[in-house]
Design a protein. Structure first.
Length: 277
């Protein structure tokens, strides 16, 4: 089974997200838990959630992938920014329990001159404060391209965070194809090698979701500019190898390509046809 969808707007609620994804040909999706620039989240309508759960069940949806706001920087130098990150993640994880057993993805953050080691410690500190034994949500660290002072530019940095998290059984990884390519991992010519390295450093059991994006830039560019599927430096053939790889079977593939719904529908159709060949 190929679980594939795109990042969609959450402005009209859960049921509308599922309806849009069915229209696009998808069976999973990603969404921002609140405005991507931060701020308060909209109140959750329990009736809307019930309709979504019914629709998702009836249409064979896989796990969905919530995305934290971009402004959430767990390793910021300023304590008020870390407090915002701490409060946002704690609130988001409570809200995620309306749709139990899914994924909450976030960018680890930027250490802004403090050094990666300090950044790693600060990220783990917040995770240790907000993760609970009762939560059913798995929190996903996203692989990053290494732009500026981003933490998570290598599998080793992500592993270092996980090593410091006490409730690490509540943690996983979301692999972004554009980010790892821009970060220097050659998924075009050596996908098996990259996945073997991931397994050695982190463990493939941690790999829970994939952001499926092409890249506007070359290998190791550390730029993070997404391209439409087949229109970038990674290319269609390599991305089809990703969705067909046996170790990635049954995990959600999320398109974050620069598109509208018509464009995502075309990409989902293209990838489904290639997957089934």
């Amino acid at each position: 089974m190929l679980y594939i969808g795109n990042h969609t707007t959450s402005s009209k609620g859960y049921e509308k997200m599922a309806q849009q994804m069915i229209a696009n040909g998808g069976n999973t999706f990603a969404f921002f838990t609140r405005n991507p620039r931060g701020g308060n989240a909209k109140a959750i309508d329990e009736t809307d959630v019930e309709k979504f759960l019914q629709l998702a069940g009836d249409n064979g949806f896989g796990k969905i992938v919530a995305h934290a706001p971009y402004t959430m920087n767990c390793c910021a130098a300023k304590e008020n920014l870390r407090e915002f990150a701490r409060n946002t993640m704690a609130d988001d994880l409570k809200r995620m329990e309306y749709t139990p057993g899914n994924y909450y993805n976030f960018h680890p953050g930027s250490h802004v001159g403090q050094g990666a080691e300090t950044g790693i410690q600060k990220i783990a500190e917040i995770l240790n404060e907000v993760l609970t034994e009762e939560q059913t949500t798995t929190v996903l660290l996203e692989t990053m391209a290494g732009k500026g002072s981003e933490v998570g530019r290598s599998f080793e940095e992500l592993h270092a965070i996980l090593e410091l998290v006490k409730k690490d059984h509540k943690m996983g990884i979301c692999l972004d194809t554009c980010h790892v390519w821009d970060g220097g991992y050659d998924i075009v010519n050596d996908l098996d090698g990259v996945l073997t390295e991931f397994d050695k450093v982190i463990g493939l059991s941690r790999l829970r979701a994939v952001h499926l994006n092409d890249s506007m830039n070359g290998l190791g560019s550390h730029k993070d500019r997404h391209a439409r599927i087949g229109e970038g430096e990674i290319g269609l053939e390599a991305l089809v190898r990703v969705i067909r790889h046996p170790v990635l079977k049954n995990i959600p593939f999320i398109l974050e390509t620069p598109n509208d719904d018509a464009g995502w529908t075309r990409e989902i159709t293209l990838l489904r046809e290639a997957f089934e060949k």
